[in-house]
Design a protein around this ligand. Structure first.
Ligand code: 6GU
Length: 235
């Protein structure tokens, strides 16, 4: 998979050199290109924003540098199967299901906006060249798309085959079964008076699986009831 990122803060993405994704890049499982939007400006001040039509607070990113950036990364007639992701709090929710879907793409471009967003015509025009997704990390506001893109790239990248060493660890985690994950324990058996639940030391695999499922269900009911199907009335 190849991922390109367009941003006015290319330095943000230095962290993608470390840890799991850094190794994936060195092993060529993941190709990553980080591009400075200002490279596609032509004025002395390398201007990327302007005041909003219709008035209001803040600045809006001008369409011209974005148009040139996307032209350069997605030349007309090529990469018709690319996906362009615009991180925005006004987008569709980013979920594990969307991460899975994007992990099977060949080419993704992240267009990271700042300020009050990017002129809406940029996404409109990009949609004539590629599949466009406006995606939100959750119901809160970040200063720009960079941190959101990073989170999405990590969630997507670790689902690319070969990036995570033991693929079984991907199956058992939170959100894959529609439930939050059960609690985990390691040695020592007693720590500061807190004991590891007996069942986990029983060697009874069926009992362990049942306990973990019950814990996952209880935790999901308690902290994320919205993830569960509507309660069925019983009597
Ligand atoms: Cl994707 N962008 C910004 N700027 N803020 C957000 C977000 C994205 N998701 C949640 N908040």
């Amino acid at each position: 998979m190849r991922i390109d990122i367009v941003t006015i803060f290319p330095d943000f993405f230095g962290v993608l050199d470390v840890s799991l994704l850094g190794r994936a890049r060195r092993e060529r499982l993941l190709e990553l290109g980080v591009h400075d939007l200002r490279d596609w400006t032509h004025d002395r001040h390398r201007t990327v924003d302007d005041t909003p039509y219709g008035g209001g607070a803040g600045m809006v990113m001008r369409p011209e540098p974005w148009g040139e950036a996307l032209d350069a990364l997605l030349p007309e007639g090529e990469d018709a199967d690319a996906v362009v992701v615009f991180p925005t709090p006004a987008g569709v929710p980013f979920t594990q299901a969307l991460a899975r879907e994007l992990a099977s793409e060949r080419r993704i471009v992240f267009a990271c906006g700042r300020y009050e967003g990017i002129d809406a015509r940029v996404a409109e025009h990009a949609a004539t060249r590629a599949r466009v997704l406006e995606v939100s990390l959750g119901d809160y506001v970040l200063n720009g798309g960079e941190v959101a893109a990073m989170a999405m790239i990590e969630a997507i990248g670790r689902l690319v085959p070969g990036v995570v060493g033991n693929p079984e660890s991907l199956v058992e985690e939170s959100h894959e079964a529609g439930l939050l994950e059960h609690p985990s324990y390691t040695k020592p058996q007693v720590w500061r008076g807190h004991e590891v639940p007996e069942v986990l030391r029983s060697g009874n695999h069926a009992a362990i699986a049942a306990w973990r499922h019950e814990q996952a269900l209880e935790r999901t009911r308690r902290v994320r009831p919205d993830l569960l199907p509507p309660e069925v009335e019983t009597r």
